[in-house]
Design a protein around this ligand. Sequence first.
Ligand code: HIF
Length: 290
Amino acid sequence: MTGSSRPGDFDAVRKSVIDLLKQPEYDDGSAGPVLVRLAWHSAGTYDAETDTGGSNGAGMRYESEGGDPANAGLQHARLFLEPVKRQHPWITYADLWTLAGVTAIQAMGGPEIPWFPGRTDYVDDSKLPPRGRLPDAAQGSDHIRHIFYRMGFNDREIVALSGAHNLGRCHTANSGFEGKWVNNPTRFSNQYFRLLISEEWKEKTLPDSGIVQFAAVDPITEEELMMLPTDMALIHDQEFLQWVKVYAQDKNLFFEDFAKVFSKLMELGITRDAQGKITNSDNEKGGYIS
Ligand code: HIF
């Protein structure tokens, strides 16, 4: 493990995150995917109308948000990051979780995602998001739009973001769903979009729980791959489908759009001045001050 760092040395933090990604005993051998999910769930509670939720404050450390069934499994991601926090105690959890997500994406072959520091770990009780803000994978395109329009995304941005399901897998113990979307789930690419279009996805009811997901056999590896009902909604909805087709054909455009939209996700609920300093959080109460 690399040594400690000066306050504000975010490159040193990135390096520590990269050092912990390889986890031979865990899932597909990488902590990367679950770190990406942590970053997204920390931010994805945002509601533009009431300006509540978002990554600032790292509210998932507390039961009301951390104990939301939608966040099951993310304790692994938070534990992976504890040694990094100990090594760089000056970084806030809110910055660490989002920085770890973007660092992991790039280290797994994805684009460089613009990331900006300054989040605090101060939780403003009046801004705590209620449970139920994160998406329900059993639903369709109306629900997806309801959730992501609430955060301020449009259809193209929703499809671009969805490409993150190229990473990682579902775990029965966390969500009830089981399996991975692509055969190399620790490598970021546009394969998720290609498979959505090329394979014939068949409904599959999981025997023990009765949960419904979709399955296809990978033509090359002959492994079974999966899609969630919400993933399938992207090819059943004509507006979404046109972007799935674009990204399946144009990896560069996908990477470009993904970098922008994931960066936007990480910034939800954060307002900055011309110098990049966050203006809508209380730095006196636990923030990193340069
Ligand atoms: Fe996921 N997502 N996500 N997701 N997600 C799971 C896992 C990951 C949804 C449901 C699930 C996004 C959107 C949505 C990642 C990243 C992103 C799981 C499985 C479910 C059920 C959890 C488990 O069982 O461990 C739904 C309904 C979404 C709205 C459509 C984002 C765009 C794709 C925003 C996003 O970035 C990642 C990475 C994982 C893999 C985690 C792992 O532990 O491997």
